[in-house]
Design a protein around this ligand. Sequence first.
Ligand code: HEC
Ligand code: HEC
Ligand code: HEC
Ligand code: HEC
Length: 150
Amino acid sequence: MPKIIFRLLLSFIVFVTIFIVIKQLVIPNSFGDYGHYRANSIDDNKGRTLYFKGDEKCISCHQDINDLINTDLHSEISCETCHPPKIDADTDCKVNPPKIKGTIEFCAQCHTKNAAREAIGFPNFDIKEHKGDQNCIECHNPHAPWELKE
Ligand code: HEC
Ligand code: HEC
Ligand code: HEC
Ligand code: HEC
């Protein structure tokens, strides 16, 4: 075998060996057990604290708010869409309630002017043109937006 071919072959084998070693080192355990992913990630995710409770849980203690919401156009929105679900299943709401501030920015997330909203007739507009810098909740109740305080 010519020397140059031998060297080429040798470096080829060396590179392939290094490749295989690194591949073994970086591929996590359990990868590919079920498919093209790390099977252990299922257990990892199962171990995480579940924060989302669903409306029924909130309503079991806040029936009054639910009654109010059901009278108006925000009835389709679930509590945790607006109140970030952060109470641990074992923590009482009394200790760590998912409080939020009703600011212009908060309402604007859903009601500011947007072509997609326009297209489906969702109530959206230029926030500044509506009532200037006055905060929305000075007039609208967040749970029953047509319950105007004005
Ligand atoms: C085990 C009963 C219970 C459950 C379940 C519960 N809460 Fe509460 N929550 C309370 C109590 C008691 C208070 C404190 C008294 C109050 O202000 O009504 C409170 C307070 C709050 C407050 C703050 C009130 C304030 O004065 O600023 C918010 C917001 C709130 N809860 C939202 C929620 C949401 C959203 C859920 C569902 C994810 C939920 N709660 C589930 C019992 C509960
Ligand atoms: C459209 C968004 C939105 C939805 C949906 C919503 N909330 Fe609220 N909620 C708010 C805002 C904003 C405030 C804070 C108002 C403020 O700053 O005074 C608030 C305040 C509260 C408070 C404090 C006391 C009070 O009466 O204002 C409680 C308790 C509460 N929400 C519970 C709930 C529960 C339970 C649900 C589901 C049945 C729910 N909220 C759904 C936006 C929402
Ligand atoms: C998570 C999205 C969301 C947030 C946040 C939100 N809204 Fe709404 N809002 C809605 C939806 C959905 C409707 C119902 C639209 C429909 O039925 O066409 C609605 C309807 C309304 C309406 C009635 C509009 C009409 O055409 O009759 C008013 C007023 C309103 N919201 C005010 C507010 C105010 C004030 C805030 C802040 C406290 C707020 N909204 C926050 C989603 C939101
Ligand atoms: C000074 C009181 C006041 C303030 C502040 C206010 N609104 Fe209104 N809003 C009203 C009144 C009154 C109406 C009904 C007549 C009108 O459109 O002016 C209304 C109507 C609406 C509508 C229905 C519009 C439609 O065309 O169907 C939405 C949605 C709304 N407001 C959201 C908001 C949001 C979001 C904010 C904060 C950025 C806000 N409002 C601030 C008093 C107020």
